[in-house]
Design a protein around this ligand. Structure first.
Ligand code: DIG
Ligand code: MN
Ligand code: MN
Length: 388
């Protein structure tokens, strides 16, 4: 029987806000106690995680006094030492406090924008002090309910100014830190700016230091937009911008469900794991998800174990797919190339254009060609069903 036990080399990480989620939702009060940060580190150590991430205020409450802060950080560091967990990523909570009700970096109030920058600088310092090398920006409140309130061009410019200011701050501090921008199309705002991976990849090219900035795609968020998550991740990877990834699951056309990885759309989860493993993605496998509201603390541990176990099972399925001779034979046939158009491999040249003009094609024959995708997909499904 294959071993699906999580190990440090798998780089599975969770945010404090995931396993610490008390189960509140818009229609109900918390159903679980929120453990202390150091207790959550021990919980993650118990289930076999590699690392733990946090928003500044997941770790240090926004109104904590210096004594409380010092104690929290002392306990947190002791738990990291005791469990061996690391802190690969940190981020700022720029969405919970009422001050951010109309945005943080894109707020119409310059005082709010300035406060958001100050808070983020302090949170970057905190994250770096605990070992973070990746810094995530999720602009949950950077959006609108009414577009009369804000010119979207101003909003984009303000977001750019904030990221430019903060990359310059990181350079000035000499931090070894990269930024990963996380898109989401809506919720909590009716519409959120820069809503998809594609939007952010375009935005990054307009920054002062684009080399420091990548994306943090989340399964649920691209699904909320009705998009193919694998395609979004592949474009980010191909652009050298897949700096982090938020794994979870989600029914299409629903609110942000942040379900356990693989809980809803197992085939999409398989293609994602296959991609990450095939291309040799070396980043964190971060689960930005939380347990069902029905669960107690033991259920939260089941949730965390399930995220990691499903990833490892799908990694094993991907290896089976890659080793399946019938599948690989089909793929070889589908992608067969007799080299007769290799003169196009180097792109345009007058010679290539001339040869192309002279080429003839069996258009009806090419149109009639059977591609055996039904067979290929059935074989894929049978691997997932465990009969191959
Ligand atoms: C929500 O999907 C966001 C926040 O939880 C956090 O800022 C980010 C970290 O991965 N994901
Ligand atoms: Mn989400
Ligand atoms: Mn996320």
């Amino acid at each position: 029987m294959a071993d699906y036990t999580p190990k440090p080399e798998h780089k599975f990480t969770f945010g404090l806000w995931t396993v610490g989620n008390p189960g509140r939702d818009p229609f109900g009060e918390p159903v679980r106690q929120r453990p202390q940060p150091h207790e959550l580190v021990h919980l993650l150590g118990e289930v076999g995680a590699y690392g733990v991430n946090f928003h500044d205020n997941d770790l240090v409450p926004i109104d904590a006094n210096p004594t409380e802060r010092d104690q929290i950080l002392k306990d947190f560091r002791q738990a990291l030492d005791a469990t061996g967990l690391v802190v690969p990523m940190a981020t700022t909570n720029l969405f919970a406090d009422p001050i951010f009700k109309d945005g943080a970096f894109t707020s119409n109030d310059v005082r709010v924008r300035a406060f958001a920058l100050q808070k983020t600088m302090q949170a970057i310092d905190l994250g770096v002090s605990l070992g973070a090398r990746t810094y995530v920006f999720w602009g949950g409140r950077e959006g609108t309910e009414i577009d009369a309130s804000k010119n979207p061009v101003d909003a984009i410019k303000r977001y750019r100014e904030a990221i430019n200011f903060l990359t310059a701050y990181v350079i000035d501090q000499g931090y070894d830190l990269k930024f990963a921008l996380e898109p989401k199309p809506n919720e909590p705002r009716s519409d959120i700016y820069l809503p998809t991976v594609g939007s952010l990849l375009a935005f990054i090219t307009t920054l002062d230091h684009p080399e420091m900035v990548g994306v943090n795609p989340e399964v649920a968020h691209e699904h909320m937009a009705g998009l193919n998550f694998l395609h979004a991740v592949a474009q980010a990877w191909e652009a050298g911008k897949l700096f982090h990834i938020d794994l979870n699951d989600q029914k299409f056309a629903r609110y942000d469900q942040d379900f356990r990885f693989g809980a809803e759309m197992i085939k999409q989860a398989f293609y994602l794991v296959k991609f990450l493993e095939d291309v040799g993605y070396t980043g964190m496998r971060h689960f930005d998800a939380h347990a069902y509201r029905t669960e107690d603390l033991e259920g939260v541990k089941d949730f965390a174990r399930g995220c990691m176990r499903t990833y490892l099972i799908l990694k094993d399925k991907a290896a089976r797919f890659n080793a399946d001779t019938e599948i690989q034979q089909l793929l070889a046939e589908i992608n067969a190339d007799d080299g007769s158009f290799s003169f196009l491999n180097d792109g345009f040249s007058p010679q290539a254009a001339q040869r192309l003009r002279e080429a003839s094609f069996d258009r009806p024959g090419l149109g009639a060609r059977g591609l055996a995708y039904e067979r290929l997909d059935q074989l894929t499904v049978e691997i997932l069903l465990g009969v191959r």
